[in-house]
Design a protein around this ligand. Structure first.
Ligand SMILES: Cc1cc2nc3c(=O)[nH]c(=O)nc-3n(C[C@H](O)[C@H](O)[C@H](O)COP(=O)(O)O)c2cc1C
Length: 235
């Protein structure tokens, strides 16, 4: 995508990026937001100026991934520049910070230290969709999050059994939205990467079986076997 000048590739042609952004803002009646990286490479971390220009195009919020395109996913996300954008007195739109949030504590730290209006979580959600509830519970310890209510599990919220039920619900949601084959294709690798199965002896075979499953019945049977294994470990 980037090689064709689209996506992060637009960071190599800022005038075009701004032109497209303006055109989209003018063409639609709904709020337009942009998500971008810090710049193309180490020598072109243009985000502070770019954020102002994008705001001038009329976007209503900006998400920043604290890496350059050249970095891909290497190194650590640099949140200092995200903070610089947020603290620029000329910026008025909400700034959403993104990159390497893997725990509720880190989410809280990003809010506190960089002042962002929101955070976006990517890879840490793989096999851990409850991370949003974990984060909300740390951010608002007084108000009990109702995020779990969508899942009709009889198990205590945040128990390993509840988490496995959440993963099953995730599979079903994905299947309902697309179809059985592709729904499973999109969700099975998340299950296989889930921290809930960490510590199960010989999990490798189970993981491979999950990655090969092609029907809901097959996948759920594997999940139930994994549930038993988790119980044995935690008992
Ligand atoms: C499999 C995958 C697909 C992604 N697709 C997109 C995409 O289409 N558009 C986009 O802006 N970012 C995309 N990203 C980047 C993420 O949105 C996010 O910026 C990045 O993973 C850093 O956040 P994280 O450290 O929380 O994962 C993708 C990331 C992954 C791992």
């Amino acid at each position: 995508v980037a090689g064709k000048g689209a996506g992060a590739g637009m960071l190599q042609n800022i005038p075009k990026m701004l032109e497209i952004t303006r055109a989209v803002v003018d063409a639609v009646d709904i709020p337009v937001t942009v998500k971008t990286r810090l710049g193309w490479d180490e020598g072109s971390k243009v985000i502070v100026d770019l954020a102002e220009s994008l705001q001038d195009c009329g976007i209503r919020a900006l998400t920043i991934h604290g890496r350059t395109r050249a970095q891909m996913y290497t190194g650590e996300a640099d949140w200092t520049l995200i903070g610089e954008v947020k603290n620029n007195p000329r910026m008025t739109i909400p700034i959403i910070g993104n990159g390497d949030i893997t725990s509720p504590e880190r989410a809280r730290e990003c809010f506190d230290r960089y002042g962002v209006d929101a955070v976006m979580v990517g890879r840490a959600t793989f096999g851990r969709p409850w991370i949003f509830k974990e984060i909300m519970d740390v951010l608002n310890p007084e108000s009990v999050s109702v995020a779990h209510e969508a899942v009709k599990s009889g198990y205590p919220v945040m128990s390993a059994d509840w988490k496995i039920d959440v993963l099953k619900e995730q599979v079903l949601t994905s299947v309902r939205r697309i179809d059985e084959y592709r729904g499973i294709l999109h969700s099975r690798r998340h299950l296989a990467a889930s921290p809930v199965f960490k510590g199960i002896p010989n999990f490798r075979e189970t993981r491979i079986a999950m990655l090969r499953a092609e029907t809901v019945d097959e996948l759920f049977a594997i999940l139930e076997r994994a549930r038993e294994a988790v119980r044995q470990v935690t008992d």
